[in-house]
Every structure is written in structure tokens, then in C-alpha cells.
Design a protein around this ligand. Sequence first.
Ligand code: KG4
Ligand code: ZN
Length: 336
Amino acid sequence: MKDIIILAIETSCDETSVAIIKNGREILSNVIYTQIDIHKKFGGVVPEIASRKHIEKIDLIFAQSLEESGLNFKDLDAIAVTYGPGLVGALLVGMSYAKALAFGLGIPLIPVNHIDGHIAANYLAFPDLEPPYIALIVSGGHTHIIDVLGYGEYKVLGRTRDDAVGEAFDKVARTLGFPYPGGPYIDKAAKDGNKEAIKFPRTYLEKGSFDFSFSGIKSSVLNYLNSMKMKGIEVNANDVAASFQEAVVDVLIEKIISASLKMNHKEIIIAGGVAANSNLRKRLKEEAKIHHLDVFYPPLSLCTDNAAMIGAAAYYQFKKGIFANLDLNSVPNLKL
Ligand code: KG4
Ligand code: ZN
């Protein structure tokens, strides 16, 4: 069978990335330019700046990706692009570039949902992984438990009712004085902290619900820090980080394990930026083992935003003939 080579573009937030993927499973190149250092100064992503940086960088990142793959234009079978969810101006940069390429080369344009991409990151890391399985998506904008029935076929079992888990990590980190994005700093600080030091609440919601709520724990950490400040007591940031992280991970693990047992799936995958969290990775593996479940998570480099995962998801759309016309628009709040 002929190999299918897809060039994928991701510009939904603050990473400009272009990748070339063979048969949905093999990375020929995956070039990522991150704007984190620029947005750090503002404590979060500034949409206007993100769009401008994408437009400055995309041509360079594209050229580098093609060169690293060792391929030519004529080797490409399709162009894939993230069309949502994400920042509208940022998405439009990648989409315009992708449309021009697809039109110029006379090959199909594949519209990819960013969340679908995060799930598909696991197909790059685990060549034998196939649906069905349960997926936990934990990123800066999303917290979902999904029953993955087939490639690109999803049933959402639960989602956050307020903050995304990454958002909670970032807000708590910011209050502790860590730079943006704060998740990795909390992860690191927690390693030197005592997870039993402070009892933060765990919100499980109604019995049997797979939904999440992280606004309670976020407020509870902020209240704790304020009250310590008022009393003039110095806080140990490592202890706060460890206690907060432990509470969040407790809830994530309890829900994802019970969802897999309920749906009778033997495999769990985790994806999205927070899937890089070392405590979540370690504890989920341990807990899953007790229930005879297997856990898969992508390597750190494929957890945060990248175009390789978009190319992996796009391959399964290519096989089903799910293409877009050149009037494709961005959908900033696109659902799965
Ligand atoms: O998937 P992603 O790169 O972007 C979105 O689509 O949102 O996720 C970014 C999020 C940020 O909130 C960041 O703080 C969090 O992932 N993150 C982490 C870790 N690494 C990244 N959170 C906890 N622990 C980490 N090690
Ligand atoms: Zn993402």
C-alpha cells in the first residue's frame, strides 16, 4: 500500500508548529516554535501578540519541517490544520497558510479538532494502540473524560463545569509567584513539598458523575494564601504546590479509573499539557495496575501543543475522506 504523507500545521495558541507524518504513526519532522518567553511577561497568552508571532514565524517553521523530513512538495498527499478550539486570530494564521499550500499543490485540506490531536499524540508514541479505550484530556483549556469508540469517534462522559485543570494549575502557580505557564513549576516545587501539609478540598460532584469542578480548590488555595499573609505567617510554596497537586490528582485518578471500569475498557490514555505532570503519570500507573488496566501517555514533547499530533489525527480523517473546502473557517469553541 502507498504511504500517506501528511503535512500538518498547528497555531491554535502560542506554539507555531509544522510536522510531516507518515501513515498517521511515524514522525518525519515536528518543528515547534514556542512563544512562551514572550507571553511570560504578561502572565498569560496575549491573543494579538500570538497571532502576530505566528505570521512572522510560520514560513520559517514550514521550511525547516520540510527540510528535516527530507521530502519535497510532490511527496505530500494532504495538508492538515487545526481549525479549533483555540484563539481565533492564531488559528486563522495556520489555516490561511494551510489553504494556500493545499490549493497550490492541488491536494486535500484536512480540518482537525485540536483535542482530537491531543488524543492522537498517543498513536505516534504507541504504534499498536487502537481504540476503544478511555481518554483523559487535561490541558490549559480542557478537562474531559472521553469514551473513544473508534478513530475520531467520541462519546464525552464528563467535562469540567468551570476551570480547566491546567487553568487551575496556572492560577495557583501565579499566586505562588511562579512564571507562566505555571503547571511545570508546581510539578517541580511539589517534589520538595509535603503533600499532607494542607488539606485542600476534593470536589467529586454527584455520585457517579464524571464531570469536574476545579474552582473550589483554586479559591481554597487563594484563601489559604491570603489568610497566611494576613496573619503574617510565611508560607512554604513547595508544601502548597504539593498539597494542591495531590488534591487535583486524587480527583482525576478516581474519575478516570471509575470511568474505565464502568465502560469496561482495559486501556486508559492521557493527553494534553497536564498529562506531562509527573505525579499524575506515576500515580495513575500505580492505581491502574491495581485494577489491571493499562495506561498510555505520550512523551513530554508530544503532551504540549505540536503539529505532529494534528498530522496523526488527520491520517484517520484522510482514510475516511473527511476534507474541507477553501472556505473553511476557524471555530474557536469547537467541541469534540
Ligand atoms: O495542551 P497544552 O499545551 O495547551 C492547551 O491546549 O491548553 O496545555 C498547557 C497546560 C498549561 O496549563 C500548563 O501549565 C500545563 O498544561 N502543564 C502542566 C505541566 N506541563 C504543562 N501542568 C501540570 N504539570 C506539568 N508538568
Ligand atoms: Zn493543546
